[in-house]
Each structure stands twice: as C-alpha cells, then as structure tokens.
Write a protein that binds this ligand. Sequence first.
Ligand code: GRF
Length: 203
Amino acid sequence: CRVVILVSGRGSNMQALVQAASRQAMPVQVCAVISNQMDAPALQWAREQGLRTASLPHRNYQSREQFDEALANEIEAHEPDYVLLAGFMRVLTDGFVRRFHGRLINIHPSLLPAFPGLNTHRRALDAGVAWHGCTVHFVTPEVDEGPIIAQWAVPVLANDNEETLAMRVLQSEHRLYAQVLSWLTQGRVSLDALGKVYLTDVG
Ligand code: GRF
C-alpha cells in the first residue's frame, strides 16, 4: 500500500503514522510527505527519517485551482493508493477532491458532525460537552463533511482548559490515524458508490 502524506505544520500525526507503520511492520510505503509550507517542522522531521519530501508554497500560484493542479500532479507522480491529510491547512478545490475520490482521507479534531472547522477545543469547552475526540473521514468537497471511517472519544474533564483538552485529543488522533492506516493496508476500508463507508473485520 502506497501513501502520500500532506502536512502544513508540526506534523505530529504524520510522525505517528510513520512510526506506527514501522513499529507494527505494516505493509505500507510512505512515498512522499508534501507541504504547502516550505518551513513546516513536519518536513524537517520527514527528511531526517530519509523520507522523500516536496514543498509547494501556495503563494507561488495565481489561483487555488492552479495550486491544486500542481499539488495533484506532484502527488500522482508517486502513484499512491491513499493520500492522507495530516494537519494540511488548505481547503482543497472540488476538482482536486474528485480526482482523489475514495483515496483522500483527513483527520479532524472533533467528533464530527460536531464542531467542523477551526478552534474545535475552545468550542467544545464553550458548548459544555462531556465527550470530545477526533474523526478520520474521507474528504468530500464540503469541508469536514465526508463519510466517517472511525472516531475516538475522550472525556472532557472538569478542570480542562483548551490546552489540556487539545493534548488529550491529539493523543487519541495519533492512535486513531495509525489504526485506520493499518485497516487501509489490510484492505478493510471501502467506500461504496453511494458514499457509505464499509469496514470489514475491524474488531
Ligand atoms: C491536528 O489536530 C489535526 O487533527 C488538525 O490539525 C492538527 C495538526 O497537528 N487537522 P499535527 O501537525 O499533526 O501535529
């Protein structure tokens, strides 16, 4: 199974994916880590691991369509089975999303459909929810709305602030994304023509 990982920043989810793949000896090859930010710490780490990296600064492109076209071409050069968004902070065009239909996956720091978009931890605290968490889902043109593959819930504790809650959710993100990657490599995740996700034998 060949994957390309897209990042914009810190890259802790990317690290969790790469480390889980090697620790669990998953049959997966991380073909490239690609960023829209040249100075993303994620790229530095990936290079140190000997992974192939590329950066496409989005400001070098005149339009969102042109950037997405260049990004799609760069990705396709690696012939990935899956493209994993790991803190990739750019909204992708419909054309891009359609081109990678059924192969483009994202992780979002909330239990979707609750709290799509940004500042999810602040909003969860303000809403007073008892449970928060993360979601791995296929990407569709509507941001944070694609078919859900898996979720991990964490409790919101009485003395939580944005930082402590974010940390607990982030740890769950690392576990969940690694778990989903392992299912993908085993061919256990499928998306049918109606856009429904089927998981087989995932215990
Ligand atoms: C994560 O919370 C992810 O869910 C969100 O952005 C954050 C990226 O963190 N989309 P990292 O770069 O993986 O450390």
